[in-house]
Design a protein around this ligand. Sequence first.
Ligand code: NI
Ligand code: MN
Length: 227
Amino acid sequence: MKITYYGHASFIVEINNKKLLFDPFISINPLASHIDISSIKTDYILISHGHRDHILNTLEIAKANNATIISNPEISNWFINKGYKNTCPLNTGGKHLFDFGIVKLTNAIHSSVLPDGTNGGNPGGFYIETGDSAFYFAGDTALSMDMKLIGNNKKIIFAFLPIGDTYTMGIDDAIIASDFIKCNTIIGMHYDTFPDIIINKKEAIDKFSASGKKLILMNIGKEIIIN
Ligand code: NI
Ligand code: MN
């Protein structure tokens, strides 16, 4: 799978010739100012929760691509009320078969209110299965025992976990989370964007490494391939 990073928790994962964009927050992220949003092509946009740092550029990218927005019913309805109808609502624990694979909305321990104050429903993450493998996008979340259930599915070949602390779990809890989901290849997210989530990247990588795991901290605008 090809993975492209757009900063914060924004990634595109390409599976079976389909592009899945997660949590687009790009235009006002100073670390991602070199990204031209109009150049982003995607088939789906997956939104983990309603906070602005996850939803900001969704509508403009969705419209430009006629992309299907996959999120919880409250967030889906928020876009429908803005006149954008191409949505697929999932609530926690629910799954749906798409042309690239199966998406299941997982639990996240966090909060979720939309930028205009509308109730954003429950925050979530995404477990995505394609063929014999899977990957996991945790969203903004604390460490939780529920992650053990996610690890009981198909082999998770990589996972996006927040590591910035303050608003989500930090590095030490993310290492425990990676044990729970039985995945040793972690792509870090939700760090460095704001002053209160700046991390020591070398220390983070070393801590994962000491636990026998690989922490990948991607360069913004760059891509990697994990199969
Ligand atoms: Ni959040
Ligand atoms: Mn956030």
